[in-house]
Design a protein around this ligand. Structure first.
Ligand SMILES: CC(=O)N[C@H]1[C@@H](OP(=O)(O)OP(=O)(O)OC[C@H]2O[C@@H](n3ccc(=O)[nH]c3=O)[C@H](O)[C@@H]2O)O[C@H](CO)[C@@H](O)[C@@H]1O
Ligand SMILES: C=C(OP(=O)(O)O)C(=O)O
Length: 429
């Protein structure tokens, strides 16, 4: 969908409080995991995002009926899987949808899912998902851009991931959760989004232990019951707003956060001189000149899987550091090509030199310019940068922001920003 660009007038004093949505990247696997139950499931804390609508379209094809119960609660009911395929038109919109393979396989014994392909910043391989399935007894074939997965009986055995993969861990857990086998996953992701999906599945009667450690054991059960579950707050959105506070040298109360899930981000901002205090599930982020002094300090940042500094906050951190005097170095080995924000930040006066996955950033005063987001977090980097400038920045590519930030324009206006974009109200259903 082509949306009208976002118009941001920077330079206004921001402040006050902003409430973080619940997590996109935890909600999507929890929604998919509901496929494992034949009974109704009610989920709370589901952000109204285009990615959520995309996964619901895909699940409607598979046989899920859904009903919104108020703004952020969703009832899902999949009495039968009516199709066992996930076609390209739906999977290509969102790579995260590849994890439906595990869920369809668990319920139906066979699944055909289109290969997810690349994205704006480069390849997003699924070789570990495929290796895990094969090691656990699934027959995998590849034909015409599709993967076909078939199992005789239940998944069984042990698989050691060659690298930490969030989606690969989700997929293998989903595939093994029903039946009478026992699956042990080693070098599994300890990401918050894996833990959230496992807690949800266990609340429906699954038998999964070790989530949050590198060894996860999944004992199949014959069926899952219905139930209700609330998804965790969005740590990536929280981090985005923390970086916005720092870049605009303001004080923000960022509400609905899990401070324990943001330690790497908090530590890096504190190293820059930002004062961060915890108040229950609120973080008070103070980067005002009275508190911090004239300038923030440059830092070096390297992304890692959780609990390290997240790749999903790398573009936003780069935008922040582009405003901080001195030399900072940002490296993203998790997604070495995740650099679509750089050329756009150059248009706003940023001084960033790229070599491989390393950005060397010399702080500068940014100015407004017409820019274009080519992916979600690049869009976030651009709105952070725009809010630090004096003029009006027009950001195109708003459909990417709609993937990850609910009612963004309205919430930014709530902290004093001048943001115009009717399409970001997301009046979808
Ligand atoms: C919807 C969702 O939750 N997306 C998040 C999820 O994506 P996603 O689950 O796709 O990311 P992974 O954790 O799988 O990827 C981590 C690394 O492993 C590599 N890899 C992954 C799978 C595989 O089979 N082979 C392989 O080589 C990837 O290229 C990447 O370098 O985690 C990423 C890393 O935290 C985040 O940036 C995404 O926002
Ligand atoms: C990259 C992201 O999502 P996805 O994995 O769905 O592309 C993200 O949330 O920043």
């Amino acid at each position: 969908m082509q949306l009208t660009p976002l118009h941001i007038k920077g330079g206004r004093a921001l402040g006050g409080e902003i409430t973080v949505q619940h997590s996109k990247n935890a909600a999507l696997p929890v929604i998919v995991a509901s496929l494992l139950s034949r009974e109704p499931v009610t989920l709370h804390g589901i952000p109204r995002l285009s990615d959520v609508y995309t996964i619901l379209d895909l699940m409607a094809h598979l046989g899920t009926q859904h009903k919104w119960m108020g703004d952020n609660s969703l009832e899902l009911y999949t009495p039968e899987i009516i199709n066992t395929d996930a076609p390209y038109a739906l999977v290509s919109k969102m790579r995260a949808s590849f994890i439906v393979m595990g869920a369809i396989l668990a319920r139906s014994g066979q699944a055909t899912v289109s290969m997810p392909g690349g994205c704006a910043w480069g390849p997003r391989p699924v070789d570990q998902h495929v290796k895990a399935f094969r090691a656990l007894g699934v027959t995998m074939t590849e034909d015409g851009g599709n993967f076909d997965a078939r199992r005789e009986g239940s998944l069984n055995g042990r698989f050691t991931f060659e690298l930490l993969t969030v989606g690969g861990t989700h997929n293998a857990i989903l595939a093994a959760a029903l039946g009478d086998g026992v699956v042990v996953l080693e070098n599994a992701s300890i990401d918050t989004d894996v833990v959230d999906m496992v807690e949800f599945l266990n609340s429906l009667g699954a038998d999964i232990t070790g989530a949050g450690t590198n060894t996860i054991t999944v004992r199949g059960v014959s069926a899952l019951r219905g139930g209700s579950y609330t998804v965790i707050p969005d740590r990536i959105e929280a981090g985005t707003f923390m970086m916005l506070a720092a870049a605009s040298r303001t004080r923000l109360r960022v509400r609905n956060v899990r401070p324990d899930q943001l330690r790497a981000v908090t530590a890096k901002l504190q190293e820059m001189g930002v004062q961060i205090t915890e108040d229950g599930n609120t973080l008070v982020v103070d980067a005002t000149r009275e508190t911090v002094g004239a300038e923030l300090k440059p830092v070096n940042v390297t992304t890692q899987s959780y609990p390290g500094f997240p790749t999903d906050l790398q573009p936003q951190m780069s935008a922040l550091l582009a405003t901080v005097p001195g030399t900072s170095v940002v490296q993203d080995p998790v997604y070495p090509d995740r650099l679509t924000h750089v050329a756009e930040l150059h248009r706003m006066g940023a001084n960033i030199t790229v070599s491989g996955y390393t950005q060397v950033i010399q702080g500068a005063k940014l100015h407004s310019a017409p820019v274009k987001a080519a992916d979600l977090r690049a869009g976030a980097a651009l709105f952070i940068a725009a809010l630090t400038t004096e003029g009006e920045t027009i950001i195109d590519g708003v459909q990417y922001l709609n993937r990850g930030y609910e009612r963004l324009a309205e919430r930014l206006r709530g902290i004093g920003a001048s943001v115009q974009q009717p399409d970001l109200a997301l009046a979808m259903d």
